[in-house]
Design a protein around this ligand. Sequence first.
Ligand code: 6R9
Length: 650
Amino acid sequence: MSQETLSNLLQENRRFAPPAELAASANVTAQAYQEAERDRLAFWERQAERLSWAKRWDQVLDWSNPPFAKWFVGGQLNVAYNCVDRHVEAGLGDRVAYHWEGEPGDTRTLTYADLQREVAKAANALLELGVRKGDRVAIYLPMIPELPITMLACARIGATHSVVFAGFSSDALRTRIDDAQAKVVVTADGQNRRGKQSPLKATVDEAVQHTPSVERVVVVRRTGQDIAWHDRDIWWHDLVDRQSDQHTAEPHDAEHPLFILYTSGTTGKPKGILHTTGGYLTQVAYTHWAVFDLKPETDVYWCSADIGWVTGHSYIVYGPLANAATSVIYEGTPDTPHRGRWWEIIQKYKVTIFYTAPTAIRTFMKWGEDIPARFDLSSLRVIGSVGEPINPEAYVWYRHHIGADRCPVVDTWWQTETGAIMISPLPGVTEGKPGAAMRPLPGIVADVVDDEGKPVPNGGGGFLVVKEPWPSMLRTIWGDDDRYVKTYWSRFDGLYFAGDGAKKDDDGDLWLLGRVDDVMLVSGHNISTTEVESALVSHPKVAEAAVTGATDPVTGQAIVAFVIPRGEAGEEVDGEEFVAELRDHVAKTLGPIAKPRQIMVVPELPKTRSGKIMRRLLRDVAENRSLGDVTTLTDSSVMDLIAAKLPTAK
Ligand code: 6R9
């Protein structure tokens, strides 16, 4: 990417200092950066001491065979013991681990003592089914307590779990079960989505017809809907309820495989990202405590992600539980039964720390700020964002309408592959800049480099890389070491290539610019989709925008934008005048080079099931091609809605 272009784009000058009170009692101060810089491995060693180890490590990091890392070599611990039992032993058995809220309004409260009993029972149940240390268990469950319970039960006995998001098709499930050679699948009869019940067991039935590795299917009764029954099936309540609630956790090696989580990537078969035990738990525990300034005695923490994604693994299950936090889990969608459901949950449980995604924030902007305004959100003190670059306007909206201009916003950059947060402000230390993820956390060494892998100066742009191994890094791609090396470690010698574009501003702070594949080349200038989208979203009538590059005879690529209008603005704005206004607005904000050739006003945008915009499909539309693979879309009818809009394109 050419540096001068990037540094010229999007001038964002708003700044938000950490609240004095929060800063005064923050878990982490600026000193942490210095400590970690002085001795990175000693820093991580101290963080590992947050955990309870059955055997201490002999070596912090073994990097003798890069890029294959081993952290806390020789150490032994049990993840479930660390997330549950040790808190009960420390007298915290009565503390709530999870306030669970079902979509239909049913609730369940699990204290750490409850969780200990449930996890022990589930561990004994898996053992009865013949699951042993090292075996793989596929989990295809909705957001119900049995999901974290099963994950912890696996961790406890040393079985490696592979959670598959419960919105994926039977095909996607089948390939994931097959790749991991899972022995058992844990699922439910169905799930609640938008007030309706959708089947899960039927999807599993279809998938396991072609997966000989699967011996048993365990079924949680959630909806009570009719399901087909086979010899291999067993009800969760028949199996688990009769188990002993005592189980002694054996320690596992620090490098024992904890879980596989598949990321789809843009091409080829999904990659089974492998995470292991000691380093992973160390970094999720540290980052959850540091980035959210967690005070486990008083905070109520809620991450709205699905546990089927890495955000849910690290920041609903392992991080919060390792820290003995009290969390909320919500089963359903934000608009069921009404569009204020999330704010109602924050009000009800007096949530103090809230972690969500830009896609959700932009949806709430579209629905209008009067909705959150009806609820008492005064309990909040830190709010976070993850999953995509947060547009400055969405950041400011979030800070103002949800955070009451009082709560710091932590924009956290990381990936399934990194396992835990890597780049983020610290709420008591870092001045917030709307749209910037700011700095690598203490103990993380990341930078922005040019084509040749050389660091760019402040003001420059290029590729985000991680320069030193980190504890929660992926260890490989399951069953495919070569692909691991090729995908992440071959672009630049000795550097981890994240696949994201980024820039360093004049202060050296980092701004993430989206996937490198999405960068557009217009008349010889590299322009990031993120910056054009942010410019569009900064227009008061735009809630959401997606931008892609389409082949153009004159400019090489031309910018094509798709926008969703904000709130009530919807009906009034669908005209030539509006489109002209937006093109001018982009030209004014970013410069004439970034002016979109076409802007289409659309009702929805194509998103992956984890809420990321699928620009690849929009490029197909913009270039009049038939659509590529749409299987990871949340709702494929969205593309029909967009296609129907095409004649009005400007
Ligand atoms: C945690 C998660 C990873 C990709 C990543 C990047 C994008 C995530 C971001 C962000 C800008 C942030 N991403 N957080 N981009 N700012 N704060 O989302 O993992 O599903 O593997 O996606 O998401 O492009 O490379 P995963």
